[in-house]
Structure formats: C-alpha cells, structure tokens
Design a protein around this ligand. Structure first.
Ligand code: DC
Length: 224
C-alpha cells in the first residue's frame, strides 16, 4: 500500500469542494485530482463518438482510448483542450448519468489512483474516501444546504454573465444529489471515518483552514 498521503474530499454538487480541495493542495504543495472531471470527460467523449450515456460496455471501452491530462489548470483529452466543454450543464447531467455504471467506475479506478504521487494528493469527488483511496490519511465530507449551493452556483454564473434561473439550478442540484446518492455503485455517502464539514455558514477560507487543521493534527499524530 502507498505511503503517499491522500486527503479525500467528498461531497455533493456545488458544495465548493473543488475550490477548497485546490486551495488545500496549493497550501501543502500537493497534487490535485478533480475526479468529477473524469466523468465529465467520459460524457463529452461519448457524445462526440455517438455513444449513448446508457451504453455501459461501450463507455467502459471508450475510457481506454482517452489520453487525459491536467496541465496548468486546463483539461486536455487526446491533445484537445476541453476545460469549458466539460463544465456545461449538459455535461454535468451526462457525468452523473455515465457515473452510475460499475464498468465505467472500474475503468476509471486506476486512472484515478495514478494521481497518487509524492509529496501528496488532494482528491475531490463522491467516492474518494470510500472506494478510490480507502486508506486516505484524511477524509472529509464537505457539504452545504442545497439552497445555499444553488445560490452559490447562481452567483458564479451571473458573475460570468451567464443568464441563470435560481429555481431551475436548485431543481437540477437536487436531482443530481438524488441520482448520486441512490445509485448502487459507489453512491455518494459520508464514510464512517470521514469528518463532516458543513460550509453553509462558512467562507471558503474557513473551510480551507478546517481541512488544513485536520491534516496538521494528523501529521502531529494527534487523533481526530
Ligand atoms: O464533481 P462534479 O460535479 O464535477 O461531478 C460530476 C458528476 O460525476 C457527479 O454528478 C457524479 C459523478 N462523480 C462520481 O460519480 N464520482 C466521483 N468521484 C466524482 C464525480
């Protein structure tokens, strides 16, 4: 088993876990894995190849044809930059749909584990602590009330000048939560050994400090 430290941050859509995970990685000089991006990439590549998001075997085969790279904050697939393309609302839905298939999850397992490199990794997703890195040194379940998450996403879109409807965003977030929690393969859940961090009434900086404090306590050998 690897001794390279992993901080696993799991939680629902729009909980802010991506931002928090990236900042924690930056503060510690660790690598960062956005596992949700991998499911988004599969959804996008499938759409382009004319493969249905329901075709489990074809989706799993597709994974082995993808050369995925994260470089300087951008996402490349087979040499093409797809950072914005994978972030669309359509691919948010597609990712959640392709993620229900056990063979797709299996095909992405080794891809994800390959990110565990010295001096350490911060990984965010839905099953980082439960399936991909069950031996992670720190496991955090980062969440916020669904109304708070919808408002954050709405503000983000407005700031980018993208027209958005708050009620629709809330409905989408709640539908995705339900699909991610109810699927039988690696559902979104709080592991019994994960620390709950509800950021509804926290700033990003406070959430980052919370995770860093857990890691420092762990490094000093003090139990949680
Ligand atoms: O974190 P995100 O919103 O980019 O994730 C997109 C979808 O991918 C999400 O609805 C569920 C799926 N996902 C998953 O099943 N397992 C992960 N480790 C990460 C994401």
């Amino acid at each position: 088993m690897s001794t390279v430290p992993v901080i696993a941050i799991d939680g629902p859509s729009a909980s802010g876990k991506g931002t928090v995970a990236q900042r924690v990685a930056q503060a510690l000089g660790f690598h960062y894995l956005d596992s949700g991006a991998l499911y988004r990439i599969v959804a996008l590549a499938a759409k382009r190849a004319g493969i249905s998001w329901q075709d489990e075997a074809a989706l799993a085969d597709l994974v082995s044809t993808l050369d995925i790279r994260f470089e300087h904050g951008e996402i490349y697939v087979n040499g093409e930059q797809v950072s914005d393309a994978v972030r669309s609302e359509e691919m948010s839905r597609g990712a959640s749909e392709v993620a229900v298939h056990p063979k797709v999850r299996q095909a992405l397992l080794e891809v994800q584990r390959a990110f565990r490199k010295a001096p350490g990794l911060v990984a965010d997703g839905r099953d980082m602590g439960s399936v991909v890195f069950p031996d992670a040194q720190i496991k955090v379940f980062l969440t916020a009330r669904s109304h708070v998450r919808a408002e954050r996403r709405y503000k983000q879109l407005m700031e980018k000048g993208i027209h958005a409807n708050l009620a629709q965003i809330l409905a989408d977030i709640e539908a995705r939560d339900a699909r991610d929690m109810q699927r039988s393969a690696a559902p979104l859940q709080q592991c019994s050994d994960a620390t709950l961090l509800d950021t509804s009434d926290m700033t990003i900086a406070q959430a980052v400090d919370g995770v860093l404090a857990l890691y420092r306590r762990h490094s000093r050998g003090i139990s949680k």
